[in-house]
Design a protein around this ligand. Structure first.
Ligand SMILES: CC(=O)N[C@H]1[C@@H](OP(=O)(O)OP(=O)(O)OC[C@H]2O[C@@H](n3ccc(=O)[nH]c3=O)[C@H](O)[C@@H]2O)O[C@H](CO)[C@@H](O)[C@@H]1O[C@H](C)C(=O)N[C@@H](C)C(=O)N[C@H](CCC(=O)O)C(=O)O
Ligand SMILES: Nc1ncnc2c1ncn2[C@@H]1O[C@H](COP(=O)(O)OP(=O)(O)OP(=O)(O)O)[C@@H](O)[C@H]1O
Length: 485
């Protein structure tokens, strides 16, 4: 689709222009390798390299307009160069303008926090469909435009992708979109120019410090998302998290809180816990839910609060919540003919792992053993490796440390970095088996009737990434094969 750059730059803070202003462009690209004839190229500074180094290549590929933070040494008189202070911010604004501001034509709610984003966004998508609406979803597991499933590459896609999907949702008649907002996305301005009706804060614990460097920087980035919300929107925050209230400090949005422990606008209490679900008291009403674990009580409460803030009736929301079923790869259980229960969960942070193991512990009635199979991803935050192994060993009877997605790292080295975190007295519980399938098989062989095998870290993923190649790998599939189901 062809656009005049005049329309595209309406909200962009331009420093200067070199070249023509009245230019038609075809598409917007931030990767020179994808530029085609007539495109606009935005040169962005990344963590590995700098898009400014690819300006010449983008022009050779056919770029007509270049948006950059500094001019290249050699410029061409046939090209328009538009200087901006922050290319990533400009990209976000250009992308929204290119697709005619779709976020203004849909009620968009963003979920951010270390854990729970996928669960809450997906459950909101499911709930609002039950309530009779056409809905969109942008999440780690997959994206949906109404009932059309679209593969996801990121938790929060790049600004062009987000706005394309939002515009498709608007065209398909969707009234709501629920999206995950990662800290990378906030930091890189992927969501800055979107118009959010609401924002949800789940929690913040140790993660992504490879990218943000310090916990304070990570916290500040999360807070920026809420600081940017306007007075027509709402923010609903988990005040059981010690940083929950902080998210409300500088925002102009209407402020709401939720809690399972203390005074808050939205409250819920866990009345009973079973392997098949939980009985909750939510906003004064008892409801049965098909979810396990205190953390899911928080997730369901966030869903309830958001639906109420989007003006849905209490009765219908509670009825809808009681009918919701699990989210792919989140506390999914498979029982063997011999009575061994395997649980597949995406827990890939120390906090998530502890929560899942706590939830399992709360359900133990006899002397069931808990055997945990867990790894840690390569080319990602290394600091969480020893912490995850320490937690796994502390809260399980046996632990098998194995590979997650080693990516370009040596899996055995990752496992040894994990093992270094296990306290001396727990070392006797730990086995190391690099091959994940063998690790799962061994855990199932060690388990007896009623024992619980937790396979953590990969959840819904159907691949294992080793040395840049994605091999088919599915924890649930392997467990079913071992259990001969
Ligand atoms: C690690 C990381 O955060 N990378 C971000 C970074 O890219 P980079 O450092 O890899 O970029 P680069 O390769 O150095 O290149 C810099 C720029 O030059 C461009 N380029 C590069 C090469 C070339 O030949 N031509 C060219 O134009 C690139 O397109 C890029 O715009 O800067 C880019 C912006 O220009 C981001 O899009 C990119 O996010 C990538 C896509 C990424 O994968 N990030 C992950 C880690 C991420 O976002 N994860 C979160 C979820 C986390 C979670 O909750 O688990 C997510 O939302 O998915
Ligand atoms: N509210 C919560 N608090 C703590 N842990 C949670 C919560 N919700 C889910 N978890 C745990 O975290 C894991 C990941 O959940 P989920 O995918 O919903 O989080 P996420 O924020 O989307 O993570 P990511 O962006 O890394 O995919 C779950 O499998 C579960 O173990």
């Amino acid at each position: 689709m062809s656009k005049n750059i005049n329309e595209l730059f309406s909200s962009v803070n331009i420093q200067s222009i070199k070249g023509f202003w009245d230019v038609e462009i075809q598409n917007i690209q931030f990767d020179s390798r994808k530029v085609a004839d007539g495109d606009l190229f935005v040169a962005c500074r990344g963590t590995l390299s700098d898009g400014h180094n690819y300006i010449r290549e983008s022009i050779e590929q056919g770029a007509r307009v270049v948006v950059c933070e500094e001019l290249p040494e050699e410029t061409s008189s046939e090209i328009s160069y538009i200087l901006v202070e922050n290319s990533l911010l400009a990209l976000s604004q250009l992308a929204s303008n290119y697709y005619a501001l779709p976020s203004k034509n849909i009620q968009l709610v963003g979920v951010t926090g270390t854990n729970g984003k996928t669960t809450i966004a997906t459950l909101l998508y499911q709930l609002f469909r039950k309530l009779g609406y056409k809905v969109g979803l942008l999440s780690t597991v997959c994206n949906y435009v109404d009932d059309k499933k679209i593969a996801a590459t990121h938790t929060t896609p790049d600004p062009m992708q987000i706005n394309l999907l939002l515009s498709e949702m608007v065209a398909a008649g969707c009234e709501y979109c629920f999206m995950e907002v990662s800290s990378h996305a906030i930091d890189q301005n992927r969501t800055t120019s979107l118009h959010f009706k609401g924002g949800i804060f789940t929690n913040i614990t140790h993660d992504h410090l490879d990218y943000h460097k310090t916990f304070d920087a990570y916290l500040k980035v999360k807070k920026n998302f809420f600081d940017d919300l306007d007075k027509k929107s709402f923010v609903v925050t988990n005040v059981d998290d010690k940083n929950g209230k902080l998210m409300l400090q500088n925002t102009k949005a209407h402020k709401f809180s939720y809690s399972t422990r203390s005074f808050a606008d939205f409250r819920c209490q866990v009345l009973e816990k079973h392997f098949t679900g939980m009985l909750l008291e939510m906003d004064g009403v008892e409801i049965w839910t098909n979810f396990i674990g205190d953390f899911n009580a928080h997730n369901l409460l966030a869903v309830y609060a958001t639906a109420r803030l989007l003006n849905q009736s209490k009765e219908e929301v509670l009825k809808g919540i009681s009918e919701l079923i699990s989210v792919a790869g989140r506390f999914e259980s498979i029982i063997s003919p011999e009575g061994i229960m395997a649980i597949v969960d995406y827990a890939h942070t120390p906090d998530a792992l502890k929560n899942v193991l706590d939830s399992i512990d709360a359900l133990r009635t006899k002397n069931e053993q808990v055997i945990t199979v867990v790894g840690a991803g390569g080319n990602r935050d290394k600091k969480k490796r020893p912490l995850m192994a320490k937690i796994a060993a502390e809260y399980s009877d046996k632990v098998i440390l194995t590979s997650d997605n080693p990516r370009s790292e040596d899996p055995e080295l990752i496992i040894s970095e994990m093992k270094a975190g296990v306290i001396f007295n727990d070392l006797r519980k730990v086995l190391c088996i690099t091959d994940r399938k063998e690790a799962i098989r061994t855990a199932c062989m060690l388990a007896q009737k009623d024992d619980i095998v937790l396979v953590a870290g990969k959840g819904h993923e159907d691949y294992q990434e080793i040395k840049g190649v994605k091999h088919h790998f599915d924890d649930k599939e392997i467990i079913r094969e071992i259990f001969k189901l």
